[in-house]
Design a protein around this ligand. Structure first.
Ligand SMILES: NC(=O)c1ccc[n+]([C@@H]2O[C@H](COP(=O)([O-])OP(=O)(O)OC[C@H]3O[C@@H](n4cnc5c(N)ncnc54)[C@H](O)[C@@H]3O)[C@@H](O)[C@H]2O)c1
Length: 382
């Protein structure tokens, strides 16, 4: 399958990861349809060259109409809620959206036009595993969010025979960074992701980072995670889409680099850039896992040859020292923030005469973006 010859539907394409996948698809001249209800997605992340449909995956009729009318050939399904805390407090909401929405989506593929579904799953489905996990590790979700991802995987597998599609289930580890285009990045505030938070704090005069729990059973007491760069992850989607449509074989894949870093280690890197950073240690957040990192070898062996090559390529690119890798994540986030802050500032600037309150905010914003530029230079030189 060549990416540009068929219609591709991206649910959740106005979100952080979705917008990066769409950017790559558009570069390859694919015909992309974004389906998103903008609950945690943003208009400013929507690629102008894609067709945007505002809609909800809980609406079966709507989904069915869109898939049939546009003869959708492949679906990349990202739409979901992903806040672990919120999921614990509001299980019904998470079940309806993540599991019910996925069920609607696969049932809407009943006309057999859809040949491939790529699903955004999560490493959290493995539960707490001190050693690295591979795709054959038995899932044991600890949080309700992880449970909804696991259930969604089951649904996608179950219906693949009935509706004759192949699937690629991608279990993401911790996603970080932003596109070099600087036009998109992670902007949703409710997702408390560490590297994003550090990038935001890097723009402040008095940066502060909260660490939730330093009494885990890890080397320094803080959680260990395997961070994957967003552009590598986006590339994996395209390669897997090509792979399953050529091989006609479904697959499950862990998406990480095979090395875990503790929160404290990442903060130490940040401290070298921002000496005045204040670190506040707080209570653990519920259902947080101490460890999450994949086993690279398993990832390579379970893939087909073409993917293995790309995987090796990605590893080569990222196989530098901790510092360089974390800097790369932070730097790209920072550039995206700079651009987004700049756009916001320009918009605010236009209405500066409206009220004195706006005027103050606009000045603060412009100030922040000027500072980001300086930081970006710092990152580039380190
Ligand atoms: N960010 C990570 O580190 C990470 C890790 C593992 C898995 N994931 C998975 O990746 C996917 C994308 O995550 P993200 O980080 O881009 O989050 P995000 O919140 O930025 O993107 C999710 C998008 O889905 C949309 N959406 C949610 N519910 C919807 C509904 N009912 N109908 C239509 N659109 C809906 C939101 O508006 C948003 O644009 C999610 O499925 C998430 O579970 C993310």
């Amino acid at each position: 399958m060549s990416i540009n010859s068929n219609n591709i539907l991206v649910t959740g394409g106005a979100g952080y990861i979705g917008s990066h996948i769409v950017e790559l698809l558009i570069k390859l001249k694919a015909k992309v349809f974004i389906y998103d209800n903008l609950s945690t997605g943003y208009k400013k992340l929507i690629n102008k060259k894609a067709k945007f449909i505002k809609g909800d995956i809980k609406n079966f009729k709507d989904l069915s109409l869109i898939i049939n009318k546009n003869r959708i050939h492949s679906i990349i399904h990202l739409a979901a809620y992903l806040n672990i805390n919120e999921g614990e407090k509001n299980k019904k909401k998470y079940f309806k959206n993540n599991v019910g929405g996925t069920l609607n989506l696969v049932k809407a593929c009943n006309n057999n036009s859809v040949k491939n579904i790529i699903f955004s799953s999560s490493c959290s489905i493995y539960g707490n595993k001190k050693n690295s996990v591979n795709e054959k590790t038995k899932p044991k979700p600890k949080s309700y969010y992880a449970f909804t991802k696991f259930k969604s995987e089951e649904i996608i597998k179950k219906y693949s025979k009935k509706f004759k599609y192949k699937y690629g289930i991608l279990r993401y580890f911790n996603v970080a960074g932003a596109s070099k285009s600087g036009k998109i990045g992670e902007v949703e505030k409710s997702h408390g992701h560490l590297i994003k938070n550090i990038a935001i704090q890097s723009q402040k005069a008095k940066p502060q980072i909260n660490v939730y729990g330093n009494d885990y059973n890890t080397k320094d007491g803080t959680c260990v995670r395997d961070y994957i760069h967003i552009m590598d992850l986006a590339e994996i989607h395209l390669k897997i889409l090509k792979n399953i449509s050529i091989s006609k074989k479904s697959l499950i894949l862990n998406c990480g680099y095979g090395k875990g870093y503790s929160v404290q280690e990442i903060i130490e890197v940040f401290k070298k850039l921002k000496k005045n950073v204040k670190v506040k240690y707080k209570k653990r957040r519920p259902r947080m896992l101490a460890y999450m990192h994949t086993c690279t070898h398993a990832c390579m062996h379970t893939c087909m040859d073409s993917y293995t090559r790309s995987c090796v390529h990605i590893h080569a690119r990222m196989q530098s020292c901790t510092h360089t890798r974390i800097h790369a994540h932070m730097m790209s986030h920072s550039i995206a923030y700079h651009t987004i802050a700049y756009h916001n500032a320009t918009r605010l600037h236009a209405c500066m005469h409206a009220c004195p309150h706006t005027r103050t905010r606009a000045r603060a914003c412009l100030h922040a973006s000027a500072r980001t530029r300086a930081h970006t230079r710092v990152y580039m030189h380190t």
